[in-house]
Design a protein around this ligand. Structure first.
Ligand SMILES: CC(C)(COP(=O)(O)OP(=O)(O)OC[C@H]1O[C@@H](n2cnc3c(N)ncnc32)[C@H](O)[C@@H]1OP(=O)(O)O)[C@@H](O)C(=O)NCCC(=O)NCCS
Length: 434
């Protein structure tokens, strides 16, 4: 057993009695009341899931295992001369709750490098797609095609003790996390690049090897590390995390669950918003020629979008009630590295003018920018201008959190998820209309 798996085993043993006690001694304690608005309105704010991987405070933003993003970026070990930490270190933190030492990260990197090799048929699945397919469709299918590799599924068929579910799920999760960047880079090269095939470098970490496979020079390795870490988790209720958890709750393996979470992420109100932001800005940019618009033109563009019954992509959030710290970190990165870039000037102007417009319109509960308003411009600046690929990048990052959650779901024996639905008649009876 690897040292990480051994450590996880001890943490799981220590955690199991906490859940057991909560259920046996406090199972009937009321946590929250539920309103009609919440039932009809997408279950907003109903506390009905448990995860220790991350927590999202509406005013502070995300904490991974209790650490703010600033603390995560400062405290996790980094490659030599790098500003951004190892992605593997973040995964270690999400799994265990501990900031790893350099040696602990090295051991995990070594383990992951040995899991990167893709079965040949995965390349064939990807190659079979027409080049005008959306990359998220190809990613989802490629992940799904690997279900036959599931160790959990194999062991389950042979008869597996409940207490051991997490162990083979851990193996599946590490295999999949190590392979997703390879799948994604291969999709990128197939769809957009003239390069044939991709090359890996086993001496490089997750972010470094991803940049290498994409054919991108430094600092794209740093950009990748930052991107994957920022997108890793956003507590349990968002569409991708929740979908992954829900599917896995039926004991479907991580290949089914991750393919499903990718499908949820592909919606424009969730992960695809990063693509939508760029598509929307490029629409105005093409009308403007090479010029950056005046604030008046930009305001009209935003109002036209709203009056057309569309959302302004990259703004608003179901939980956050302030500017997303993931936005802020990327904004600071842009200000440090390319403050005079034209596309950044668009994003910067939107940062100033959109919130007052959304406030004036008076509908959005949160007028402030989210992660997706800023992530695309960073990718664009460093050469990934094919914006329909951006949600694939999001998927790689999000898999780190979703898979950490699924390992813990299995370890703590969380049951099949099965909320109760009622009819409109019943709701009307409850409120006294009928
Ligand atoms: C993220 C999002 C889906 C959250 O939805 P929500 O929790 O229902 O948000 P709210 O409660 O604030 O929505 C209230 C109203 O404001 C609207 N609204 C919210 N954000 C908006 C935005 N960015 N632009 C225009 N209208 C917006 C909603 O569409 C809703 O309108 P309706 O009453 O006509 O249905 C929403 O803010 C949105 O669509 N944002 C743009 C897409 C995006 O950036 N998604 C990525 C999120 S990380």
């Amino acid at each position: 057993m690897s040292k990480l798996k051994d450590k996880l085993n001890n943490k799981i043993e220590a955690h199991r009695p906490r859940i057991k006690k909560l259920l046996s001694d406090h199972g009937e304690t009321v946590v929250t009341d539920v309103t009609v608005q919440q039932i009809i309105g997408g279950m907003r704010g109903i506390k009905s899931l448990v995860t220790d991987i991350s927590y999202l405070d509406p005013y502070e933003g995300i904490r991974y295992r209790g650490f703010t993003l600033e603390e995560v970026f400062n405290q996790l070990p980094k490659p030599p001369n790098a500003k951004m930490p190892y992605v593997e270190g973040l995964f270690y933190l999400l799994l265990t709750g501990d900031i790893p030492t350099q040696d602990e990260v090295n051991e995990l990197i070594y383990d992951c490098v040995n899991r990167r090799q893709l079965p040949k048929y995965v390349y064939e699945v990807i190659d079979a797609f027409p080049n005008n397919s959306h990359p998220m469709v190809i990613l989802s299918a490629a992940v799904m095609s690997m279900q036959r590799e599931s160790i959990f599924n194999l062991k389950y068929q042979r008869g597996l003790n409940k207490l051991d579910y997490w162990e083979s799920t851990y193996e599946d999760a590490l295999n999949l996390i190590s392979k997703m960047p390879v799948i994604s880079a291969y999709i990128y090269n197939k769809l957009y690049s003239k390069r044939t095939g991709i090359y890996q470098d086993p001496t490089l970490d997750f972010g470094g090897n991803f940049a290498y496979m994409m054919g991108m020079d430094s600092p794209y390795d740093e950009v990748s590390r930052m991107y994957f870490i920022l997108h890793a988790d956003h507590e349990g209720g968002n569409v991708s995390a929740h979908t992954g958890h829900l599917i896995a709750s039926s004991l479907s393996d991580v290949y089914y669950a991750t393919s499903g979470m990718i499908n949820g992420l592909a919606g424009p109100l969730h992960g695809l918003a990063n693509q939508e932001v760029l598509r929307w800005i490029q629409d105005l940019r093409s009308k403007m020629g090479d010029k950056v618009p005046s604030e008046e033109i930009m305001k009209k563009f935003v109002w036209d979008t709203l009056e057309g019954g569309q959302v302004v992509p990259g703004f608003g959030h179901a939980v956050l009630r302030k500017t997303d710290p993931r936005y802020q970190i990327q904004r600071e990165f842009c200000l440090e590295n390319f403050p005079d870039d034209d596309l950044f000037k668009y994003v910067d102007m939107l940062y100033r003018i959109v919130p007052p417009i959304l406030q004036e319109q008076g509908k959005a509960k949160n007028p402030w920018p989210n992660v997706d308003a800023q992530s695309g411009v960073v990718q664009w600046y460093y050469g990934v201008t094919q914006y329909d690929f951006y949600t694939v990048l999001f998927s790689i990052g999000r898999a780190l959190g979703v898979l950490s959650n699924i390992i813990w779901d299995r370890a703590l024996g969380f049951p099949l998820e099965r909320p109760k639905s009622i009819t409109t008649d019943m709701l009307e009876q409850i409120v006294g209309i009928k």
